[in-house]
Design a protein around this ligand. Structure first.
Ligand code: ADP
Length: 258
């Protein structure tokens, strides 16, 4: 496994009180730098712009109007990259930012340019950090430019750069037969070979306070990944050193493979 896309959700980057989870940023920077130094090509898809923005602007929750949300995303995205740049620099690792919109991958020319950017960054040993360009891409105004959630974005990135593996770090240890947050007796699936209506029906609810997708968008992303003959692991972000175990072949979380 050489080229790996790692996606981390907002719920893992923020603490329950709305403040930044600096420990996760630090651990993630450490682990991804080690993997990079082992010769892996690493791309990080990070949510969190809204969460970090709300915290920076001292707002208790997401504002109502779309322009206000755009402003929060704008502040939050630059703050988010500031955090990553700082934490990665402690490990002497350079990062670059790539902000995506859906139209970029839909037009061959812009798609090619996006791929070129990824390839060049990886060639230079830089870790690209990707997010949706939420300050300008607004779903309600333009369905054509919005991924809508970073689960879909991460599967798209894995697709266009032909990654070997997508690892999603979430607030749950994997995919269960029902929502483990609501049902303590939920049972974890260790391996999923196909995402059908049967699996989709088990992904209930909308997820956490910060997260936008819930399990449904993760399963849809997994479906894409399987269709492309790629692989995906879904697990918990609590301790990012779990990435070492995953790449060492240990059975962790839910493994999606054909
Ligand atoms: P992230 O911020 O990492 O994208 P989300 O909060 O959007 O995470 O999605 C994960 C959430 O999905 C879990 O916290 C859980 O409440 C919910 N969920 C719903 N159904 C399931 C299921 N069958 N298995 C696991 N989690 C589920």
């Amino acid at each position: 496994c050489k080229r790996i896309v790692i996606k981390i959700g907002t719920s893992s980057l923020m603490l329950a009180d709305g403040s930044v989870n600096y420990q996760t940023f630090d651990r993630l920077a450490y682990v991804l730098t080690v993997l990079r130094n082992q010769g892996k090509e690493i791309v990080l898809v990070s949510s969190g712009a809204i969460g970090v923005g709300l915290n920076r602007l001292n707002l208790p929750h997401r504002p109502k109007t779309i322009p206000e949300q755009q402003a929060v995303a704008s502040v939050g995205q630059s703050e988010l990259m500031n955090l990553y740049t700082r934490f990665f620099s402690h490990y002497n690792q350079i990062v670059g930012q790539i902000l995506m919109t859906l139209d970029i991958v839909q037009f061959p020319e812009s798609r090619r340019n996006a791929v070129n950017a990824f390839e060049q960054l990886l060639k230079m040993g830089i870790i690209p950090i990707v997010n949706e360009n939420d300050a300008v891409s607004v779903e309600e105004l333009d369905h054509l430019t919005k991924f809508g959630d970073n689960d879909r974005l991460s599967a798209t990135v894995a697709e266009i750069i032909s990654a070997d593996l997508l690892i999603m770090l979430s607030d749950v240890p994997g995919f269960y037969d029902k929502n483990p947050m609501a049902y303590p007796d939920a049972v974890l699936f260790h391996t999923i070979h196909a995402v059908t209506a049967k699996e989709m029906a088990l992904a209930g609810g909308n997820g956490s306070k910060f997260g936008t997708g819930g399990m449904a968008t993760k399963l849809k992303a997994a479906k894409r990944i399987l269709k492309n003959k790629q692989q995906m692991v879904l697990t918990q972000a609590t301790d990012p050193t779990v990435l070492f175990d995953i790449l060492a072949g240990k059975e962790i979380g839910t493994y999606f493979v054909r």
